[in-house]
Write a protein that binds this ligand. Structure first.
Ligand code: PHE
Ligand code: ALA
Length: 465
């Protein structure tokens, strides 16, 4: 396919189909709502998780009755030394959020080899519904987490790959579609703390977790009822059919091997991005809590509302960025996916550059919340340059028969990234603030430069994407 034929349908509106909404197939909006509700349940439960453990579950009288508590605490203490409820719950939180991104790799393989994407998504959704409702039984806390980890593995990568399947190969609306999809993710993330967080904290833990379960049910219902809209584009369906069942027998072509390696390299560099990015929930949250002034007109805002900045900015900037890229595309100046991702890392570095200034200005005291606002703004634009673009790239260049597994590998970089973020976070108190944030900036610059350096070889491996 020539570059020209790709650019001819570069702008979604040129290529209207009947029934498209805002230039995109209806299926996109089905997947948008599915993922929105699923993320609402995920982030809603996550918002409560640490507080639930510290304030309730790990009280000695309660924890006695929690299945597996003694064993898990014992295993963690064997590694980390004695753990009070707070560090213990942080560890469990870290492991949970990391493992949630470990299982998608296997969920992807299951979909590619055996079940197909739809069945795997439905099974994953049901497992997560069970998981959320099991949270109501204190004694089954760890069982519930296990259901959620496995369920997410089956669900998450296979919803994302179905977004890509809606578009013909070479359709350049794909990046835009992932941005819209990403808005669904973040709309869910944005409403979650207000629904589940509020119910959980003000009414009762189980109400909050229950609301997460109800959210997941809604997601599954949308998915099931929207089936007729999420049929893969005929060209993708044909490719899948052709390769179905041939997984073992068909060796990868040289081009496919190159593409796989290119994705592996990008995912490895991604680990650095996520390791730095995830400081948001970690050391930046500590900075928000200890060194930021949250009093407005005599009222103190909860410092955790800092977590809403990021999804809020995503909602705000996604449409602008889509317009900007379309404007660039019209001039033939839209950067390639890899260039966009390198820019994403550079923006992350810039965001931490602002944190260096914040640390220097604030010193030991508390500073204005504007530091965090501006940092999160830049960081979020960086995220939009990297994360949805990466999802889109995977669906573009992965060989059709292993696309879900490759998507799982993309999430695996989040698993390692989350782990790295925890490790990096351990230096926060032993370094000066500005050198810590400086270290984050340097790591991001290294990732940006490596991605940019790989742009040429990756470009030949990935085609002109
Ligand atoms: N925040 C997005 C989500 O939850 C994308 C993401 C996934 C970011 C995994 C980091 C790790 O889907
Ligand atoms: N920005 C994070 C994600 O996209 C919350 O879901």
């Amino acid at each position: 396919m020539t570059v020209n034929s790709q650019t001819s349908n570069a702008v979604g509106t040129v290529h209207h189909n009947e029934g498209d909404i805002f230039g995109h197939p209806k299926g996109l909006y089905v997947l948008f709502l599915t993922e929105m509700w699923e993320r609402m349940s995920y982030y809603g439960m996550r918002a409560l998780l640490v507080l639930y453990m510290i304030n309730h579950l790990f009280n000695p009288e309660v924890s006695q009755g929690v299945l597996g508590f003694a064993q898990i605490k014992g295993a963690l203490e064997a590694t980390f030394g004695p753990l009070a409820p707070q560090p213990l719950s942080s560890q469990i939180y870290g492991l949970y959020t990391a493992f949630v991104y470990f299982t998608p790799f296997f969920g992807g393989i299951i979909a590619d080899r055996w079940w197909g994407q739809k069945k795997t998504v439905v099974v994953g959704g049901v497992l997560m519904i069970i998981g959320h409702f099991l949270m109501a039984a204190e004694s089954l806390f760890f069982v519930a987490l296990l259901f959620l980890i496995i369920g997410n593995g089956a669900f998450k990568p296979n919803v994302s790959t179905q977004v890509g399947d809606l578009y013909a190969p070479g359709d350049s609306r794909r990046d835009g579609s992932f941005i819209i999809f990403y808005m669904g993710i973040n709309l869910g993330a944005l409403i979650a703390p207000f629904i589940c967080g509020t119910l959980g904290q003000k009414v009762g833990w189980h109400w909050g977790f229950g609301a997460a379960g109800v959210g997941m049910i809604l997601g599954l219902i949308v998915y099931l009822f929207g089936q007729k809209y999420i049929q893969p584009h005929p060209e993708n369906a044909a490719k899948k059919l052709e390769s179905a069942g041939k997984l073992e027998k068909t060796p990868f072509t040289a081009g496919e091997k190159k593409a796989i390696w290119a994705l592996v390299v990008l995912c490895a560099l991604n680990i650095v991005f996520w390791g730095v990015y995830e400081q948001q929930g970690n050391t930046m949250q500590i900075f928000a809590d200890k060194q930021t002034d949250w009093v407005f007109f005599g009222w103190e805002m909860p410092s955790t509302w800092f977590q809403a900045f990021n999804p809020f900015f995503i909602m705000l900037f996604s449409p602008l960025l889509v317009m900007f890229w379309q404007w660039q595309a019209k001039r033939g100046k839209e950067p390639t996916s890899v260039t966009k991702m390198a820019l994403g890392c550079a923006l992350l570095a810039a965001a931490f550059g602002i944190m260096i200034m914040a640390a220097l200005t604030v010193g030991e005291g508390r500073g204005t919340v504007l530091w965090l606002v501006v940092t999160t703004l830049v960081l979020t634009i960086g995220e939009l340059y990297l994360s949805p673009i990466g999802l889109s790239l995977v669906t573009k260049v992965a060989p059709a028969r292993i696309v879900s597994m490759m998507m799982g590998m993309w999430f695996l970089s989040s698993f390692f990234g989350n782990y790295l973020s925890g490790y990096l976070g351990t230096f926060y108190d032993s370094m000066s603030r500005e050198s810590f944030f400086g270290m984050m900036a340097i790591l991001s610059i290294v990732a940006a430069i490596s991605m940019a350096a790989f742009n040429k070889p990756l470009r030949s491996a990935l085609g002109d994407h």
